[in-house]
Design a protein around this ligand. Sequence first.
Ligand code: GRF
Length: 220
Amino acid sequence: MLMNTVENNAKNIAVFVSGGGTNLQALIDAQERGEIKNGRIVFVLASNDKAYAIERARKAGIEYQVVSRKAYAASEEYDAAILSALENRGIDLIVLAGFLSILGPTVIEKYRNKIINIHPSLIPLFCGDGFYGKKVHTAVLASGMKVTGATAHFVNEITDGGAIILQKAVPIEQGDNEDILQYRVMRQAEWEILPKAVSLFCEDRIRIVGNRTEIIGTSF
Ligand code: GRF
């Protein structure tokens, strides 16, 4: 009898997007290479209908839904719309992959320690309110630092404040501008550590200790 190749207890992953979706693509590609153990991307939620990430989900045959942030005046209403989009899908993990809207307390509470975000700096540097997308790299370049990087972390009520899961540093080169630096951070750091962090979560290998994490097992 052919064994069922899809793990029976695989965790269901929802990916939230707002833009180009290169982090979503990194997750899709990692899944196709079998690098996301015990997890599968079952749903993509986009905060606007212009996000190219939607096209990436469609091409990969992943169900998606636009829950437009602009359609809801109050953030509480947006939170309720997000929760209803997730209802009855049995979502075990939410991944914020270039998602630019802020999740409110009801979503964070319902999915406590089950939301992972990718941030394009080495938290706690250059993070928090107002630090997103290219703004991060502008501030990094202005600081004169010689390294930057990306952080995969859990999401809590504090913007970019949840426990850090994985980080990776990348060099800043002479002549870098925001575009060059953003691409290097995505290619060399974000697209590598986000799939790894997602796989570690799905394998139940992340232990949260206070505001830190410990990874169970050596290989990752
Ligand atoms: C990138 O700057 C990434 O660091 C941040 O959102 C931006 C777009 O990401 N998380 P993506 O291409 O939409 O995944």
